[in-house]
Design a protein around this ligand. Structure first.
Ligand SMILES: Cc1ncc(COP(=O)(O)O)c(C=O)c1O
Length: 359
């Protein structure tokens, strides 16, 4: 499902960090932030220890806490909602669009109350949300817009990079489109917010040993930054390769419904996900495993159904998210895949569906 690529220059850069004797946040982190900000078309980028920290700090910078509600999608990795809970605020789940499985702006609007402070949307699988609708909604109701872009570095909505509409939160976890092992980045247009975020990631310090606000340690290391700078050189080519693989799958797979992409947008296909009838999905997955094709289910359980959320009294059942959890199957897609491997996946998938579909 994922195989990270590192070039010789990046390997050398890691050795340079080791030889320099400076491992904790320093000039390389600053360079990574500057390069990322330029590439993502935002004035400010703040590097942090992981994508979860990026989301948490975004909420902390907005001073979200008890009494507040934040509307988000249940069809995501739990991190998106857990950060809300962690600050004592209430995650409010809205259903997703049947076509893209991204958060549905109409469903979000119906859940806005006097307590709602922010929306956290997720550009699921690398495909941008309906940003025109969300930007308008956030402005009209005075809400902060947080973009969980963990899957979507480089994705465009009407030509504009995701993460530049609201507060962008990126992850560089080992399986992501670019990786630093663990790592994250926050993007913003707002200089005051950027300053706050820099303090929050470093124990609230405005200067050495001056603790202005309550923060903790969410810093990135120089080793991570060296990896990130190297990865950023390749991201456009790698995302293009992901799109080419996706186009090949869409053209050659038979009997499946790929999850759709948003009109006027460019997906970076962190995942290539199809929908199959529930029983068939699991049988196809098993058959693929037998012939050596790894697949994934993103995600098997809407977040509100997780044991933690059930204990907290969440008892909703959002129909589109429920159906998606039973039907989705993600196929291998990453730039290290060889043409032969891609053809093998298609053949294995078509054979499995032909074989199992009629039964
Ligand atoms: C949609 C989404 N949001 C947030 C995260 C959290 O990022 P991290 O693992 O870097 O903390 C992940 C994944 O790992 C994710 O897939």
């Amino acid at each position: 499902m994922a195989r990270p690529l590192f070039d010789e220059e990046t390997r050398q850069a890691l050795l340079e960090v080791l030889n320099s004797g400076r491992l904790a946040q320093g000039l390389r982190v600053l360079e990574f932030e500057e390069r990322f900000a330029e590439w993502a078309e935002v004035p400010f980028a703040i590097a942090v220890s992981n994508g979860t920290a990026a989301l948490l700090l975004a909420l902390m910078a907005l001073e979200i806490g008890p009494e507040d509600e934040v509307i988000t999608t249940p069809f995501t990795f739990a991190a998106t909602a857990n950060v809300i809970l962690f600050l004592g605020a209430r995650p409010v789940f809205a259903d997703i669009q049947p076509s893209t499985l991204n958060l549905d702006p109409g469903e979000v609007e119906r859940r806005i109350t006097s307590r709602t402070r922010a929306i956290i949307l997720v550009h699921l699988y690398g495909n941008p949300c309906e940003m025109e609708a969300f930007t308008e909604l956030a402005e009209r109701h005075g809400l902060a817009l947080i973009e969980d872009a963990a899957h979507a570095p480089g994705a465009l909505y009407r030509g504009q990079p995701v993460g530049s509409f609201g507060i962008g939160c990126f992850s560089f976890y080992a399986t992501k489109n670019i990786t630093t092992g663990e790592g994250g980045m926050i993007t913003t247009q707002d200089p005051r917010l950027a300053r706050r975020l820099r303090m929050l990631r470093d124990h609230g310090q405005s200067a050495k040993y001056v603790h202005e606000i309550l923060g903790l340690n969410f810093r990135m290391t120089e080793l991570q930054a060296a990896l990130g700078i190297g990865q950023l050189q390749h991201i456009e080519a790698w995302n293009a390769r992901r799109r080419a693989i996706a186009a090949f799958y869409t053209q050659h797979l038979r009997g499946v419904n790929p999850v759709e992409t948003t009109p006027n947008s460019t997906s970076v296909y962190h995942l290539y996900t199809v929908r199959l009838a529930p029983g068939l999905r699991d049988a196809v997955r098993e058959r693929l495993r037998e012939v050596g094709v790894e697949t994934g289910i993103h995600y098997p359980t809407p977040v509100y159904r997780q044991p933690l959320y059930q204990r907290l009294g969440y008892n909703e059942s959002l129909p589109v998210a429920e159906a998606a959890a039973r039907e989705v199957l993600s196929l291998p897609i990453h730039p290290a895949l060889q043409d032969g491997e891609i053809r093998y996946v298609v053949e294995a998938m078509n054979a499995a569906i032909e074989d199992l579909g009629g039964k």
